[in-house]
Design a protein around this ligand. Structure first.
Ligand SMILES: C[S@@+](CC[C@H](N)C(=O)[O-])C[C@H]1O[C@@H](n2cnc3c(N)ncnc32)[C@H](O)[C@@H]1O
Length: 298
């Protein structure tokens, strides 16, 4: 059980914001938020205390300052403090409002009601300590890709969600009409949070089996290949998973892959093509991209 958190604040030029998110993510942040402050912005992240030593925080600060220097930006001001669980939830809750994503979703914090005139699919979330609040560009790109695929093509599909975090992508797919989403994450805290979000959205264990593990765990669990894969993890992890991806999908299956920085997209696309996948589209937001892929005909 996590009781104490590092709250890290970076006051920086807005054009550094995305790089700061990326650095936070690579050090295992479990929740982020951003606010405008005049012509600057404050990017915040939360890390379970036991996961980061002071040395890690110093290294992260150094890397963020180097990022600013390399981009000719003013040096960011970086601070951190320990806060307890109650303060963590409160500061998180203060920042989080219902957020429309794509044409169909309204991501709604568990503690708020959606507006009375809402016409969108309400995806309720209590992120707990897991990544996946919908405010990161990669999550948004995945939800929008799912929306395109499941709104205009057949919806009665099964999917695998590798690196499910809060469960946001699986829940989104089920709200759009998917029949079942097998979701896996290597982090216990993510699974714990996804279990809560499954209940919050009125979904059953059968619709959304939550597994501690990764692609191989899903392979051992499914009784038939799935129609599609969603995977929003860093490019390095995705490239390790690509050689096994075909083992869990149908021969005409598809994939939605994000967590990939634009300058890594060619490397990931080449790896996909070497393993029997075709990149159909690349969607981009800020420095991030999302590859929509399908199995290449045999
Ligand atoms: C960037 S978050 C994505 C969360 C959510 N799917 C979203 O789109 O917002 C990546 C998640 O992948 C998990 N993860 C990292 N490496 C993994 C791996 N090899 N297999 C499964 N999950 C992994 C992390 O614990 C984290 O919860």
């Amino acid at each position: 059980m996590v009781n104490t958190w590092w709250e890290v604040k970076v006051l920086c030029d807005p054009s550094l914001e995305d790089t700061v998110f990326w650095r936070f993510d690579s050090f295992g942040s479990q929740g982020t938020s951003t606010q405008q402050r005049g012509s600057s912005c404050v990017v915040q992240a939360y890390f379970p205390q036991h996961r980061l030593e002071l040395l890690d925080l110093s290294a992260m600060a150094l890397l963020i300052k180097q990022d600013a220097l390399c981009n000719d930006l003013v040096l960011p001001r970086i601070s951190w403090q320990l806060i307890d669980e109650e303060d963590w939830s409160k500061s998180w809750k203060d920042h989080w409002k219902p957020e429309p994503i794509g044409d169909r979703f309204l991501i709604t914090p568990a503690w708020l009601e959606p507006p009375a005139d809402n016409q969108r699919l309400v995806l309720r979330l209590d992120p707990g300590v897991a990544f996946g609040t919908g405010n990161h560009p990669t999550t948004q790109l995945c939800l929008e890709s799912l929306e395109m695929r499941l709104t205009y093509e057949k919806t009665d599909v099964t999917i695998a969600d590798i690196g499910c975090g809060s469960g946001i992508l699986s829940i989104g797919a089920l709200l759009l009409g998917a029949r079942r989403a097998y979701a896996a994450d290597t982090d216990d805290l993510a699974i714990h949070s996804a279990v809560g979000n499954r209940t919050l959205n009125g979904l059953t264990e059968q619709q959304l089996p939550l597994l501690h593990g990764s692609l191989d765990t899903i392979a051992q669990t499914i009784d038939a290949p799935v129609d599609g894969i969603v995977c929003n993890i860093l490019a390095e992890v995705i490239m390790d998973l690509i050689p096994q991806m075909h083992t869990i999908v149908t021969p005409d299956g598809w994939g939605i892959l994000s967590g990939i920085l634009l300058d890594q997209s060619k490397l990931v696309a080449d790896t996909l093509e070497q393993h029997g996948w075709v990149v159909a589209t690349l969607w981009r937001r800020q420095e991030w991209c999302c590859l929509n892929v399908r199995r290449s005909p045999a």
